[in-house]
Design a protein around this ligand. Structure first.
Ligand SMILES: C[S@@+](CC[C@H](N)C(=O)[O-])C[C@H]1O[C@@H](n2cnc3c(N)ncnc32)[C@H](O)[C@@H]1O
Length: 344
């Protein structure tokens, strides 16, 4: 038996997602950007391999794919969704479940709420399958995702939830999927030393530890509090012995680091959150000069920021040049991932 799964990932890392699917799962991509919705793709694989998808680090969420269709923005969409749900043949394990709930996630402007959708679809399924609705402790979770005029229907499953390590929530954490993409783009080789000099809750280093075995990982931050968060997150994933965390001001990097670093992969503050009272332009200039000093000759810096102009402003003084640049979507922002190498 084959199953179809809908994967959701950050727009801008499609190549990384395709490559990870090719590496880890023997499955085929049957549709990219279904209903013209970027950041989604549908794969088909044997049911016996269903659990392997939880190892995918480049995707944000996974669900069993049951169907998709276009919807209007006005309330007529509710009738359309109910009609489409009636036509979907729900799988046997759903039909045999003792209870279920419907969860709707909606992005865009609509004349109906997510709760309207949950209620309407819940009623259709109760009438059709005679199942009991339970909002807590349910056995099956029907997921309706509406992105503007595209509606996706699926089933969320516990086994798709990947190892979550955010026991500590950094206020400016990046998504693990984006951290994974940065690590893949860094082209790390065995034996290399990787540093995140502004590591916060440790997302980049934890993804590196999960992805790469033979590497040395260092995480620095100016804040003791965030460093402790990074340690907690790494402990939650049993990775604390893989990462050395240390309180360091990146502006003094070359005075502290007495070795060469092969890859610096980092997410500096953007200066937009009131808790980080920084001016990004001088901070990026000083930090990039320092990063360049500790970078190995063939080293690379992979940096993600919504302030690419502050990176570009520092290039000449830091002796760095741009090797690669791309825009990705991160929640409501569109930061750039920039790869830098030494100039000459
Ligand atoms: C955007 S956050 C990093 C979040 C991290 N990528 C995560 O997912 O948790 C930027 C971090 O840079 C740190 N930082 C700011 N100025 C710094 C400096 N001069 N040296 C080192 N770290 C600094 C902040 O404390 C903050 O934790």
């Amino acid at each position: 038996m084959e199953v179809k799964l809908l994967l959701t990932f950050p727009v801008g890392i499609e190549d990384v997602v395709r490559e990870e699917i090719r590496e880890k799962i023997d499955s085929c991509i049957i549709e990219e950007s279904p209903l013209d919705t970027p950041g989604k793709l549908i794969i088909q694989l044997p049911e016996s391999k269903r659990n392997v998808v939880s190892s995918l680090r480049s995707v944000d969420s996974i669900m069993d794919y049951l169907g998709s269709f276009k919807v209007d923005k006005d309330k007529s969409a509710l009738d359309k969704i109910c009609q489409e749900i009636l036509n979907i043949d729900f799988p046997e394990d759903f039909r045999n479940a003792s209870s279920f709930r419907v969860t709707c996630d909606r992005r865009g402007k609509h004349d109906y709420t997510s709760m309207d959708v949950e209620k309407a679809v819940g009623q259709v399924l109760v009438d059709k399958y005679r199942l009991k609705v339970k909002l807590e402790g349910f056995e099956a979770n029907v997921f309706i995702e509406i992105v503007e005029d595209a509606c996706f229907v699926g089933l969320l499953r516990e086994e798709y939830l990947r190892g979550r390590y955010f026991v500590f929530h950094h206020p400016a954490a990046i998504k693990p999927s984006i951290a994974y993409a940065m690590i893949k783009l860094a082209d790390v080789k065995p034996g290399m030393t990787i540093l995140d000099p502004m590591c916060g809750g440790g997302t980049i280093l934890i993804e590196a530890a999960l992805t790469l075995s033979d590497v040395k990982l260092y995480g620095f931050d100016i804040s003791e509090y965030f460093l402790e968060g990074g340690v907690l997150n790494s402990e939650a994933m049993s990775l604390s012995d893989r990462i050395i965390f240390k309180k360091v001001d990146c502006r003094n990097l070359s005075k502290i680091v007495d070795f060469k670093v092969d890859r610096i992969i980092t997410n500096p503050p953007y200066g937009t959150k009131p808790i980080f009272k920084i001016n990004p332009r001088p901070l990026y200039l000083k930090c990039l000069i320092e990063m360049s000093k500790v970078l190995a000759k063939d080293g690379k810096i992979v940096i993600i920021t919504i302030k690419p102009d502050c990176v570009k402003n520092a290039l000449d003084k830091a002796g760095l040049k741009i090797e690669h640049e791309r825009t990705v979507k991160h929640n409501d922002t569109n930061p750039e991932i920039i790869i830098l190498t030494k100039n000459g």
